[in-house]
Design a protein around this ligand. Structure first.
Ligand code: F0G
Length: 457
C-alpha cells in the first residue's frame, strides 16, 4: 500500500485551535512577518520542525515513570547504552542533551584550527560547530542534490570523487574526520545509499581517517535503502541500520528526531582516546557521563524510542504520510523538491512565486501566506536563512529558495495532511496576490530567527 493508515490509535489528545484570518493577520504583523516570533498556541498545524516535536508512545511514557534519578550509574543509563549499542554498535556511548552538543564535543576533541570537515551537506548546527572550533566545513553532495526537479533514488549521497579530490588537494593531515548526514536534511531529507556509505567509508579508511555519521534520521534513511536499493528488500530495517553503522567509526545523534523523544542525543565512537576526552569535556559542559544533561527518565524514553522507530509498520506509515502530502500537491501542480524526502516536503518558492524577486524573499513571503491564510507554520530555507552580504552591501543568495513543511512523528493524522495540501493548493491558485517582504531588522548571525520584516505594497 502506498499510503498506509496510522499504525497506532490515540489515547491522549491535545487541543489545537483554529484562529480567524483577521487574528492571524494581526499576529503575523506583530511578529514582524517572522513565524519564530508567533505564539505557538496561535498555530493550527505546526510544521516548523520534526525535531523534539514527536508524540511519545504509552510504552515510552510508562518508561518515564521508571526514571532512576541517581547522579551516577542510573539503571536507565544502562538501558540506554544497551539500546544504542544494539543498533549502532560503537564501543563508547556518551549521552548529551541534544544533537548540537554531541557535535560540539566531537569537534572540540577532533579539530585544530584550519582543519577541514567534509560532509554530504552539513546541517546548520554542524556547520556552526565546525566553524566555532575554527574548522572549515566543506559540502560534497552529488550535483543532483542542488536540482529540485531531478529524480534520484539517493539524492542525499556524497560524491566520492569529490571526497577523493579533496584528500588529494589538501592532504589527510588537514582532514581529521569525514562525516555523512543521513538523511541529508539540507538537501530535502534525501537518503544516502548503502553503496555510497561503503564508498565514502573506503576512502576514509584509505586515508586512515574515521567516518562519523550524523545519524538524526537513520531509521528513515534505512527504510529508503530497504525500499530502493538492490539487495536490501528482504533485510529488516534493523539489519540495514546495523550494516550502515558497521561502515563507520562513530556517530552524533539528535534523538529529537529518530529517537522519538522531545529532548536528548548522544555521541558514540570506537576510539577510546577521543571518547575519554569527550567524556571529560562532557563533565564540564553537560554532566556526568551516565546522564549527560538528561534526566534518567529521558534516557529510558530514548532507549524505548530507538526500539520503536525501527518498527517497519511505523516507518511505512511515516514515509507514506509525507509521500501522501507530496502526492496531493503534485496532482495540483504545486512545485516542490522531488522526490519527497523522509521528514518533510520542501516547496520550491522560486517556482511557486515567480513574480517575487529574490531580494524580496519569496520563500518567507510564502511562509507568511501559509500562516495568514491557513494557520500553518513552515520554515524558509533560502535567502533569509542563508543570504550573505557582498562587498558592495548587496546580498548574495543561495541557489535554492525553499519552504520546508517538516512533519512531526505520530502527531498529525492524514486528515491534517489533507488540510495542509488543500490550503497550499488554494494559496497556489491565488499566488499572484502574495507580496514580497523587506528586511527592517537583522542580527549579524543566524538572522532568520530574529529578523523583522515588512510587506512591500
Ligand atoms: N543534524 C541534523 C541533520 C539536524 O537536522 C539537526 C537538527 C541537528 C544535527 C542538530 O540537532 O537540534 O538536537 O541540536 N535539526 C532540526 C531541524 C533543528 O529543524 O531540522 P539538535
Amino acid at each position: 500500500m502506498q499510503f498506509p493508515a496510522e499504525p497506532f490509535r490515540i489515547k491522549v489528545v491535545e487541543r489545537i485551535k483554529k484562529t480567524t484570518r483577521e487574528e492571524r493577520d494581526r499576529l503575523i504583523r506583530e511578529a514582524g512577518f517572522n513565524v519564530f516570533n508567533l505564539p505557538a498556541e496561535s498555530i493550527y498545524v505546526d510544521l516548523l520542525t520534526d525535531s523534539g516535536t514527536s508524540a511519545m508512545s504509552d510504552y515510552q511514557w510508562a518508561g518515564i515513570m521508571l526514571g532512576d534519578e541517581s547522579y551516577a550509574g542510573s539503571k536507565n543509563y544502562y538501558h540506554f547504552e544497551a539500546a544504542v549499542k544494539r543498533i549502532f554498535g560503537f564501543k563508547n556511548i556518551i549521552p548529551t542533551h541534544q544533537g548540537r552538543s554531541a557535535e560540539n564535543l566531537l569537534f572540540s576533541v577532533a579539530l585544530k584550527e584550519g582543519d577541514i570537515v567534509p560532509n554530504n551537506i552539513h546541517f546548520d548546527t554542524t556547520r556552526a560547530n565546525v566553524m566555532h572550533k575554527h574548522g572549515v566545513p566543506v559540502d560534497l553532495a552529488i550535483d543532483e542534490a542542488m536540482d529540485p526537479e531531478i529524480g534520484h533514488p539517493f539524492k542525499g549521497n556524497m560524491d566520492p570523487a569529490k571526497l577523493e579530490r579533496l584528500f588529494q588537494e589538501v592532504g589527510a593531515e588537514r582532514i581529521p574526520l569525514v562525516m555523512l548526514t543521513v538523511t541529508n536534511n539540507s538537501a530535502g531529507g534525501q537518503p544516502v545509499s548503502m553503496e555510497n556509505v561503503r564508498a565514502v567509508s573506503a576512502i576514509a579508511r584509505k586515508y586512515q581517517r574515521p567516518l562519523f555519521i550524523d545519524a538524526c534520521r537513520f531509521a528513515e534513511n534505512c527504510y529508503f535503502i530497504k525500499e530502493r536499493e538492490a539487495g536490501y528488500a528482504r533485510k529488516s530495517v534493523f539489519e540495514i541500520a546495523c550494516e550502515l553503522f558497521s561502515h563507520a567509526d562513530g556517530c552524533t545523534m539528535s534523538a529529537k528526531k529518530d529517537g522519538l523523544v522531545n529532548i536528548g542525543g548522544f555521541i558514540a565512537m570506537n576510539d577510546d582516546a577521543w571518547a575519554e576526552k569527550a567524556a571529560n569535556l562532557l563533565i564540564v559542559v553537560e554532566g556526568f557521563p551516565t546522564y549527560g544533561g538528561l534526566a534518567g527518565r529521558d534516557l529510558e524514553a530514548i532507549a524505548r524510542g530507538l526500539e520503536e522507530v525501527l518498527d517497519e509498520d511505523y516507518l511505512a506509515f511515516r514515509i507514506g504520510q509525507i509521500r501522501y502530502l507530496g502526492e496531493m500537491l503534485h496532482k495540483a501542480g504545486v512545485p516542490f523538491v522531488r522526490p519527497v524526502g523522509g521528514h518533510a516536503v520542501f516547496l520550491n518558492a522560486k517556482a511557486f512565486l515567480p513574480h517575487i524577486p529574490r531580494q524580496q524573499y519569496p520563500g518567507q513571503a510564502l511562509v507568511v501566506a501559509l500562516y495568514r491564510e491557513a494557520g500553518i507554520r513552515a520554515v524558509e530555507i533560502g535567502g533569509l536563512m542563508f543570504g550573505e552580504k557582498d562587498a558592495a552591501g548587496g546580498e548574495k543568495f543561495p541557489e535554492l529558495e525553499l519552504v520546508r513543511l517538516a512533519v512531526p512523528r505520530r502527531v498529525y493524522t492524514s486528515m491534517h495532511m489533507s488540510y495542509v495540501a488543500d490550503s497550499i493548493i488554494d494559496i497556489h491558485k491565488k499566488r499572484d496576490t502574495i507580496r514580497g517582504l523587506r528586511l527592517i531588522h537583522e542580527a549579524p548571525l543566524l538572522r532568520h530567527f530574529t529578523a523583522r520584516m515588512e510587506e512591500i505594497s
